[in-house]
Every structure is written in C-alpha cells, then in structure tokens.
Design a protein around this ligand. Sequence first.
Ligand SMILES: C[S@@+](CC[C@H](N)C(=O)[O-])C[C@H]1O[C@@H](n2cnc3c(N)ncnc32)[C@H](O)[C@@H]1O
Length: 454
Amino acid sequence: MSIKNRTIFENDNLFVLRGMDSESIDLIYLDPPFNSNRNYAAPIGSQAAGAAFKDTWTLSDVDNAWHGEIADREPALYQAIHTAELTHGKGMKSYLIMMAIRLLEMKRVLKKSGSLYLHCDPTASHYLKLLMDAVFGRRNFRNEIIWRRNSGNNAGKQYGRNHDTLLYYAASNQATWNGSVADNYSPEQRSRFKTDPAGNLYKAENLTAPGVTPSRSFEWRGAVPRNRSWRYNKEKLEELWEAGLILTKRDGKTPRLDGLKTYLGPDDRPKVQSIWTDIHRVANTSKERTGYPTQKPIALLERIIKASSNKADVVLDPFCGCATTCVAAERLGRQWIGIDISEKAVDLVRMRLEKEVGLFGTVIHRTDIPKRSEKLPNYRTHKHTLYGKQEGLCNGCQTQFPFRNMTVDHIIPRNHGGTDAVDNLQLLCGACNSTKSTGTQAELLAKLQEQGIL
Ligand SMILES: C[S@@+](CC[C@H](N)C(=O)[O-])C[C@H]1O[C@@H](n2cnc3c(N)ncnc32)[C@H](O)[C@@H]1O
C-alpha cells in the first residue's frame, strides 16, 4: 500500500478510506462523535486549545449519494437506518448514514484476520450494533464491552450514566486473538484468598484425594486421611512441610488435611471479561491529559491492541483525535495510521508522539487522498444521488423500496423533449414506472389518485 507507517492524514476519513487498498489493515479502533447533540471544544490554555468538533447531525451533513450507495451495497443496512429514523428521527438517521458509509469502507480495508472496535455510548450503541451486524455479519460479533468511565454522577431521575460501549467485531473467524489479558481480582474474589505476611495471595487446598490407596494411607506427623489417601508420598509431603507450604491445626504441629497452601501466580489471575472497570478516564490531573475533548486513556487502547493484533501489524484509527491509538500502537511495536479532519488534532498528534514516545520528526503528515492500487468503484451515479434525494421513496406512490427495485425515470419524457440531466430524473418503483410509461408526471399522479394509491 502507498501509505507508510506513522502517517497522519488531515482530511475527512471517508475520502482517505476510499483511497486505501482493500484488506490492508489489521486492526481498526474508532471513537467517532457519538451523536451526543453537543459541540466539543478543548479548554483554553490546554495543549489542545483550539481543537473542536461538532456532534449534532442533520440531513444537510449527509451527501445524497451516500443513501444510494448504502442501499445499493447493503440493503439491510439501509433498512436498519430507516428503522432508526422511524423510532428516533432524522437526526439519528443522518448520524447513522454518516457512520454507515464509513463502516462499509472500514470493512473493505480490513484484512480477513482483522478486527474492529467501535467506541460509542448508549445514545446510539443499539442502532450502531444493527449497522455493524449488517456490515460485518452477525456471526462476526464478538463482544459488547462495557467500559466504566467513572464511578458515577448525580443523574436526576435516572441511574447515573457512567459507561461507554465498545462493539467488537471480527472480520472473519480467522481474526487475530491473543487472549484476554489478566485482570485484577475483584474484592469478592480476593475475599476467598488469604494474604501471607509478605502480602502474597494464597488459598488452602486439599492435601488428600478420594479413594483409599494403600501406599498413600499412612499416618504422617500425627494426621491420617479417613476413607481418602494422601495426594503425595511421604518424601514430597516433607518437602512441602519444610517449604512452609502446609498449614497446621491450632496445636501448631499437626498438618491440616485441607492445608496445602497454594500461592497464586500471575497466570492464575482471572482474564479480563466484557465489563471493564479497572481503566480510569483521563482525569484533569493525569499526566496523559492533553485537554483534547473526549481523550481516551492509553491503557484502554493498549488492552485492545494487545488482544487483537501482533507486532508490526497495521493499526488504523480513522477518528484519531489527539492520537491515543497511535501512541499506544507505537509503544507496542505496531505500525499505525491516524486520520482526523481537524488541523489542531494533527498538531497535537505530532507533539504527543514526540513527547510520549520520542518520535521526533518521523511522523508523516499528509493532507492528500491516497491512491488505491485497485480500480475505484463508481460511488456517485445519478441513481445513488436520487435515492438520497428521495430518501428511498418512490416519487409516484411514495412507498419505500430497496435500491434494486427502483428505476430511473425521465420526469419530462424524452419524447416530450426531456433531457438526461439529473434535474429531469427521478426514481420510480417498477409499478409506477409502467403506469407512467411515456406519459408526464402529472398524468402519473392523476392515475395513482384515481386508483386510490395517493
Ligand atoms: C471522540 S474524538 C476522538 C478522540 C480520540 N479517541 C482521542 O483519544 O483523542 C472524535 C474525533 O473525530 C474527528 N472527526 C469527526 N469527523 C471526522 C471525519 N469525517 N473524518 C476524520 N475525523 C473526524 C474529530 O475531529 C475528533 O477529533
């Protein structure tokens, strides 16, 4: 691919993604605007001062051709967006179209062994999951990760909203998975262990095994297993005793039959599950803090990168903000590409990579659009644009139809002097198109009224 390691694109990620080769990326993490209906700005005086991005969406933010392209490439995806419009309105629809058109490209650039983590929150996570199921296939859904950002807040007449959601999908069943990393013990798990004077955790296990084996049924230091046998021979028991690994009864000298002290090693710690409570948001006083709005903690990205990529793999963050993903990828020996539309984000990325990982002068800043080595599809046909302009509705009967069931019609028929210009084109369903035939639009509408359809 024409994109080098450590490249930051300052551009709209849709255009950059469209310029990237298919199956060239190993891992994508994206933390897009969440449709929070807020606009974000960094505090004056912070490193990030000047950085801002909006998170309110209307249909004017959406290119008409995107509707058609989504409906053309993934009909189920467009249906999911339509459902969200019915339940939530045009703002959500616009946001989801903005996301869907990009998710289609992200899926295309991901290798078969790749994975994608979409960071969002409950404002839109339920709709985004439908979109992801349509783009990646529901069988490639792996986890809905709940990340507890903070301990809570006073939320009025509802429970405090203190978590984000990460939707984790694999590109296929060949996706890289290095296993979940070891977690810390929860307080209730800890309560099942004892702590020795040096602070190490241990639990007591049975020194005996079921069944009576004659060679293991001896008396040892005043203790005899009843209807059971020692798990070890006398020599091994003595060894354990000398090593201080056997607990005694109150008398301090008779071994307890359930007294085998078993220390917990790092590998015995439980694996991280889908609820993450041990990574804290970037606090105001944190060393990591740049002031960039919605900055995510490096530890969060490190966990994801370790689990779902290998050394030298290419990690992409198409909404990279102040480069948290790039810093984490660099630290872990992965290659990375970041994209952000904001000029300020790019400055910060540079600064942060120089400061945190000592990458002086090695970050490549690009404002162009990369060139794909494969042939580009036609993203913008008249039919795509018209589908968006009409929001998927037939211009005759006003019913929604899938893209493939729509036909392009000349509003003023060619035999009446109508041209092929897009202003003279509309989409009709098959039935309306044959009703209109070579007639005018007014004639079509009159016929539909006569038939009681309008
Ligand atoms: C939630 S922030 C990402 C924060 C980031 N994870 C971090 O830790 O700093 C979303 C970012 O997406 C960027 N953005 C929004 N729309 C974009 C687009 N179409 N193309 C590229 N970047 C975009 C914004 O400038 C903003 O920096």
